[in-house]
Design a protein around this ligand. Structure first.
Ligand code: MN
Length: 509
């Protein structure tokens, strides 16, 4: 469909002001003129693509400026026109906010044939592109949300590309985009990015996972529906009226794949292939539903997680429990309120959702903002490509490994990669605490600084203010980026702690 009728329909349903519809219509007309005569590799008229991206964002109820910017997101580069001319016209026609958003999305683009006159190849090109991405990303998180929608649309068209390019885009999605989406709590994007890219990045593995899951489905036809019906009846009988929806599903393919790799492809060791999600109107009913589930089926020890009382560091809230369900299957239940569900699906993006009654916007959780800033600072600290690559390698590991959640003595949650040590923990709290660490208590017991931490551990760091700085021996066992960088930077300059103290804003060399 080469028009924006779907977007306008959504706007009407939401009751957005007429001016908003007029704005997206102007953006559409502008983009249609600029892309005129330009085609997608599939042969389709180019304008179809920005419409798809913008529609996707409209369906997520994103703000009007983001939707307008999505319609315009490729106008600077994917046209036979001179990009500078287009830039000038954009500035004449649209607000500075929209133009800047379009510029930031453009910078996130990995091709860029006009701006990138010094053509880079291979790893250098990759690094250069990632650097650009981090800078634009740190400036405006809205740009990356548009970019996620853009990437999903591009992945859907991937078949038409040559195999090499297809593989590069698929891997880049798994290594960069999906972990960032996950870290920002946008499950809605993360799941789709992973499953679309997985098929192209690892076709054989994809088939193998699909075969295993389909096999399990065939032998268990209708199983989840039966479980869902049973729990629905019990919830009704218990008088829990506020359940708004009950979703039975299997976990998404890429996440099953990662678990299979970890468990030697033994599908019977994966607890949560079958999952049932219960969405209730309020918190008391979430706990009441948990009680109903546990009275029906026995919970598996260690698999009850109350992320409502203790949210995950990315803000995720839900109660999880895995039970020994009917016919010897394990089923994971996730229980949450409507509000928590929306946040889990949309993460950072939830806070931009259009709601005419909302008045003022909700703020993004500080922890998510912190992570965005940390990502940006990583980029600044790189002195050369090699260091940047090393950091990326580690960022990737940080993003890919399963996370553990450990606690400060006050009960704050710290999010670390698996196998992280008390030193990683200390640096995650504060650089100065890391630098002055002399020992650690884990669950009140004295432990060596290289002891791997486990989820749920309460960690108390012992510091000595007279300690000169970190030991370079720690580099042998620390797992996080942050700890490694801080230890190295102290090793490079013994005075760096001192410099930090007198000039807090000074960039370390
Ligand atoms: Mn695009």
């Amino acid at each position: 469909m080469v028009d924006i009728s779907r977007i306008l329909e959504i706007f009407r349903e939401e009751g957005r002001p007429e001016a908003d519809s007029m704005l997206v219509d102007r953006a559409f007309v502008f983009a249609a003129i600029v892309h005129e005569g330009y085609k997608r590799i599939s042969g389709a008229p180019y304008i179809v693509h920005p419409i798809d991206v913008a529609t996707r964002l409209a369906e997520m109820h994103m703000p009007t400026n983001m939707i307008a910017a999505a319609l315009l997101h490729d106008t600077i580069e994917d046209s036979i026109r001179d990009p500078e001319e287009t830039r000038k016209e954009l500035r004449k026609e649209f607000s500075p906010d929209i133009v800047e958003l379009v510029e930031n999305v453009t910078k996130l683009d990995f091709k860029n044939p006009h701006a990138d006159k010094t053509r880079l190849f291979g790893i250098d090109r990759y690094v250069e592109n990632l650097r650009k991405m981090f800078v634009a990303f740190a400036k405006d998180v809205r740009a990356i949300i548009i970019k996620f929608a853009d990437r999903i649309e591009n992945l859907r068209d991937l078949e038409v590309l040559p195999p090499g390019k297809r593989l590069r885009i698929a891997l880049e999605t798994l290594e960069v985009y999906a972990p960032i989406a996950k870290r920002l709590g946008i499950a809605h994007f993360n799941v789709e990015l992973e499953d679309l890219a997985f098929k192209h990045a690892f076709p054989e593995e994809y088939e193998r996972v699909a075969g295993l899951i389909v096999g399990k489905h065939d032998t268990r036809g209708g199983y989840l529906d039966q479980v869902a019906k049973k729990i629905k009846d019990r919830l009704d009988a218990a008088g829990i009226k506020s359940v708004v929806s009950l979703q039975a599903r299997t976990k998404h393919f890429f996440s099953i794949y990662r678990k299979l790799v970890k468990y030697d492809w033994d599908i019977n060791r994966i607890w949560d292939i079958f999952a049932v999600r219960i969405i209730a109107e309020n918190v008391p009913d979430c706990y009441a539903a948990l009680g109903v589930i546990h009275s029906l089926w026995k919970p598996v020890k260690g698999r009850i997680k109350d992320y409502i009382a203790q949210p995950k560091p990315n803000g995720y809230r839900s109660i999880h429990t895995t039970v020994f369900c009917d016919d010897g299957e394990f089923v994971e239940f996730q229980i949450r309120t409507t509000e928590m569900h929306e946040e889990a699906q949309y993460g950072v993006a939830a806070h931009w959702r259009y709601d005419e009654n909302k008045g003022k916007k909700q703020k993004i959780p500080q922890k998510q903002v912190n992570w965005v800033q940390e990502l940006a600072s990583v980029q600044k600290e790189m002195e050369n490509n090699k260091e940047f690559l090393e950091t990326l390698e580690r960022l990737k590991i940080d993003a890919f490994n399963d996370r553990i959640f450990v606690y400060t003595p006050k009960g704050d949650v710290i999010d670390l990669p698996e196998e992280a040590t008390p030193v990683d923990f200390a640096y995650a709290i504060h650089t100065e605490i890391g630098n002055k660490t002399t020992g650690a208590l884990v669950n009140s017991k004295n432990v060596a600084l290289n002891t791997p931490l486990k989820s749920g551990d309460v960690v108390n760091i012992i510091t000595d203010k007279n300690r000169k700085g970190p030991s370079t021996d720690w580099l042998k066992f620390v797992k996080t980026n942050m700890a490694r960088d801080r230890i190295k930077s102290c090793a490079r300059s013994p005075l760096s702690n001192f410099i930090d103290l007198i000039k807090p804003g000074k960039k370390r060399k």
